[in-house]
Design a binder for this molecule. Structure first.
Ligand code: GLU
Length: 257
């Protein structure tokens, strides 16, 4: 602790106390334990990309892979460079470009995509008190030049179906979901249980889809640090610039820091 910096390119995030620290573990056999600030909500940011991707895989199946790749990018999460020479098919669904394509498909699939994302996450963690932090969503929207540029470039290649502003609005909201470590660990538990929501017993993803989502998290969930995280922690997971990391051990547990 004590190293690293808050993400000040989203001004509202730079106001978060960087000393907050919490861990929550939820196991498949029903144990939970936590330390520190595990009950304090934070902006889940890119951890939301796991949920949006799960929603799209559920509705579109393998067709999403015509629009997004499955390889680590080796580049920063918001880089534009690969996109032009790879004809706007983003390397993977977790870099911003890929996540924007996924969100675009949610905008195509749902009349009320923001409500749909919120409902999906509430159902996964069994907590109806999950909301968007509108201040953070607005702050990101006001400084979204890079994501707008990614979206416009992909639209010029035909890989964004909807109005760019609408896609960015949903994206800024999904990133601004406010959750605590308990909620996030619970929401990740379906991945540890082969796609089955252990609370509702609903099969959220097929076993095969859940395994593939895990493979992507292990290889791409930490952007250009994914290899190092896999080497050191060896867990499928996803980071977010709100400071959170959520991961899981298949068949056992989910953990959020
Ligand atoms: N909302 C952030 C962005 O688009 C997400 C990045 C992250 O959490 O890694 O820049």
């Amino acid at each position: 602790m004590g190293t690293g910096e808050g993400a000040d390119y989203i001004p509202a995030l730079s106001e978060v106390d960087p000393c907050r620290y919490g861990i929550a573990v939820e196991t498949l056999d029903g144990c939970s334990c936590s330390v520190g600030d595990a009950g304090k909500c934070f902006s889940i940011q890119s951890i939301s990309k796991v949920f949006s991707l799960a929603m799209v895989i559920r509705r579109m199946g393998d067709r999403i892979w015509e629009a997004v790749g499955r390889e680590p990018s080796g580049n920063p999460f918001n880089s534009l460079v690969q996109l032009e020479y790879e004809r706007s098919v983003p390397r993977n669904p977790f870099i911003n470009a890929g996540a924007l394509v996924v969100t675009d498909r949610l905008v195509s699939l749902y009349d009320q995509p923001k409500n749909a994302i919120q409902d999906f996450v509430r159902e996964l963690c069994g907590n109806n008190d999950i909301h968007y932090d509108r201040t953070i969503a607005r702050s990101e929207r006001e400084h979204a030049e890079r994501n707008l540029a990614l979206c416009h470039l992909m639209k010029s290649f035909g890989n964004i179906e909807n109005d760019v502003e609408a896609v960015i609005d949903v994206y800024c909201h999904q990133c601004a979901l406010s959750m605590n470590c308990h909620d996030l660990s619970r929401a990740f538990l379906f991945l540890a249980d082969r796609g089955l929501n252990p609370y509702t017993r609903e099969q959220v993803l097929t076993t095969s889809q859940a395994k593939r989502l895990g493979a992507l998290m292990l290889t791409c969930g930490f952007y250009d640090e994914s290899g190092d995280f896999a080497f050191r922690a060896g867990l499928p997971g996803k980071s977010g610039v709100g400071g959170g990391v959520a991961a899981y051990i298949p068949g056992r547990l989910a953990i959020t820091v």
